[in-house]
Ligand binder design. Structure first.
Ligand SMILES: [Zn+2]
Length: 298
C-alpha cells in the first residue's frame, strides 16, 4: 500500500497527472501491467455529479471545479474508473471490511473536516437523488443556529464537524487553560488536544465534549428513527475519544429519546479500519461500480 500527502497545486490537470504517475509507480512495483488493470476506484471529497462524473468544487480541493477526473484516468489507464464520494465509499469500506461487516442496514458517519455520512439499506448503498442520501451533517440540530460552511444554519456539521469544532474551540478556550497548554497556544488547538484534556478531567474540555456528544446524539436519534439500522459506525473524533468519553454518553442520550425496543437493538460502535480506510474506500468505489454494472461514461 502506498500513501502520499495530497500537496495539491490547485491545477487539477497537473494534480491528476501526478496521481496517475503515482498509480503507475504502484503498478510497476507490484509487477502488474497497465493492461491487466480491471478497474480504478476514485474516492473523492464531494460534491460530485453522478451524471457528468465530475468532481464539482470540494472545499478541500482548491482550484478543482467541475473536474472530469474519471474520464482523465480512463484515458491514461484504458480501464473503467468509478467515482464515489468519500463518505459513501468509506461507508462501503466499513460495511465490506470493517465494523459494519455482516449487517444489512448500517449507517456510517465521519467527523473529519466536515460531517460525511453513508447509508447501507437492505444490503446495498442507498444513494438517493443526486447521490445526496446520508448527508445528515447538513440536517439542522438547531433552527437558526451557527452558520455552516454549506450556506445553511444550524447544521450538525457546524457543531461537530472537525473544522467547525476546531474554530469554535479556538474561540472559546482560555489562553491559559489546559487545552491551549496542550496545543502550545490557542491558535493551535485541534480536536485531539480537547480529547486529551478531557481524559485528564479538565472541566472546559469535558463540557465541550458533552455538547459535542449531545448534538451528535440529537442527529443519531433522527437517523435511527428513519433508517432503524443494525449498526451505526462513527469514525474520526468519537473513535479517537473512545468509549468513556464519547460512545457511552452518546448511547445513553440516544436511548433516552428512542423507543426502547428500537434503541436497545441499534449498536453504536467505533470505526474499525483506522488508517487503512482510504485504501479500502478506493477499492469499494471500484467494487460498487462493477457490481452496479456501471460502465465507463455512465
Ligand atoms: Zn451545512
Amino acid at each position: 500500500m502506498f500513501r502520499r500527502a495530497a500537496n495539491l497545486s490547485g491545477d487539477p490537470e497537473r494534480d491528476l497527472t501526478a496521481i496517475a504517475a503515482d498509480a503507475l509507480g504502484i503498478l510497476a512495483r507490484a509487477g502488474i501491467a497497465r493492461g491487466e488493470l480491471g478497474a480504478i476506484g476514485l474516492s473523492s471529497p464531494g460534491p460530485i455529479d453522478p451524471e457528468t462524473r465530475c468532481i464539482l468544487s470540494p472545499p478541500n480541493l482548491p482550484g478543482w471545479v467541475d473536474v472530469p477526473a474519471p474520464a482523465v484516468l480512463e484515458n491514461t489507464f484504458g480501464c473503467p474508473c468509478f467515482l464515489e464520494n468519500d463518505a459513501n465509499s468509506a461507508a462501503l469500506a466499513e460495511w465490506h471490511f470493517g465494523a459494519a461487516k455482516g449487517t444489512r442496514d448500517a449507517v456510517y458517519l465521519t467527523m473529519s473536516t466536515g460531517v460525511g455520512g453513508g447509508l447501507i439499506i437492505g444490503g446495498r448503498l442507498h444513494r438517493g437523488i443526486g447521490w445526496c442520501a446520508g448527508e445528515v451533517g447538513h440536517a439542522p440540530v438547531e433552527w437558526n443556529g451557527r452558520p455552516c460552511a454549506c450556506g445553511l444554519r444550524g447544521c450538525l456539521e457546524a457543531y461537530v464537524g472537525g473544522r467547525a469544532w476546531t474554530q469554535h474551540l479556538r474561540l472559546k478556550a482560555s489562553a491559559g487553560g489546559r487545552v491551549a497548554l496542550l496545543a502550545g497556544g490557542k491558535d493551535h488547538i485541534q480536536p485531539e488536544h480537547l480529547v486529551a484534556a478531557a481524559r485528564e478531567g479538565d472541566g472546559f474540555a469535558l463540557a465541550e465534549l458533552g455538547r459535542f456528544n449531545d448534538y451528535l446524539a440529537r442527529s443519531l436519534v433522527q437517523t435511527i428513527c428513519t433508517v432503524a439500522p443494525e449498526v451505526i459506525v462513527l469514525g474520526t473524533i468519537p473513535t479517537a475519544a473512545g468509549e468513556r468519553l464519547c460512545f457511552e454518553p452518546i448511547r445513553r442520550r440516544v436511548r433516552e429519546h428512542v423507543w426502547p425496543r428500537l434503541g436497545e437493538r441499534v449498536r453504536i460502535v467505533p470505526a474499525a479500519l483506522g488508517d487503512r480506510l482510504p485504501y479500502y474506500a478506493g477499492i469499494c468505489a471500484a467494487l460498487a461500480g462493477i457490481q452496479e454494472g456501471r460502465g465507463s461514461g455512465s
